[in-house]
Write a protein that binds this ligand. Sequence first.
Ligand code: SF4
Length: 233
Amino acid sequence: MTPWWVRNVWDIAVFWTIALLVVFVSLAIMRFTPVLNPEVESLRKREQQCTRCPLRAGCTQVVPGIGPSPAPIMIVGEAPGADEDKQGLPFVGASGQLLSRMLEAAKIDREAIWVSNVVRCRPPDNRRPEPAEIAACKMWLWEEMKLVDPLVVVALGNTPAKLLLRGKSTFKISRVVGQPQPADFLKEQGIVVPMYHPSYLLRQSEKDVQEATRIFVKVRNYVDARVHTVGVC
Ligand code: SF4
C-alpha cells in the first residue's frame, strides 16, 4: 500500500505542474495577441458594422486599419484586395508581402506601425473606389488617424495621395513621389510621403522596388530624428 505522504507529494507535484502550465500558456497567448486599446477596439467594431456605401454589399467583410496606437508611422493604401477581403486584414496578399519586404529592408517593424486603406470594403474586380465611396469612407480614416496620431503618413498610390494632399482631379502621384509634403492635419512637422502602391511595384523592376525602399529608409530616419530630438512617441 502507498504511504499517505507519497500520495500527498504526488498530488502536490501534479497540482503545481498544471498551475505552471496554465501560467505559461496564458503568457504565450498574451505575447502573441495584439493588445488593442479600448478606443481602437470600439472604432474597429463600428467600422465592421458600417454600411455607409454600396461597396459593403459586394464584399465579404469590412477591413479596418490595424496596428498599435499611437504609432509614429501610418501607411494608407487604396482598398482591400481579394486576400484582404477574405482575411479581414489590410495588406496581406502579394502587395502586402512586398510591403513587408520593403519595410524589413528599411528596418521598420511592421508590428510598430498602423496599416490602413482609404476604403474598407473591397471594390468589385479591384476597381478604383468611386469619389462617393471615398467620401463615405474617409471619416473612418480620419478617426483612425486621430487615435494613431502619426508623425508620418505614407500614402501608397494615387488615391490616398490625392485624398491626403487634397489634390485636384488632375493630381498625379508621379509628380510628388518620395517628396515629403507638409500636412496641417498631423502634429507639428508631421508629413505625408507619397509612394507608389506595392501592387504597381510588383509589375516594375527590382531597381524600382529598391528606390521605393530608400523612401522608407528616409521615413525611418525622419521618425528617428524626431523621436530623439523632441521625444515624440
Ligand atoms: S467602404 Fe467604407 S463607407 Fe463603404 S461600407 Fe465599407 S466601411 Fe462603410
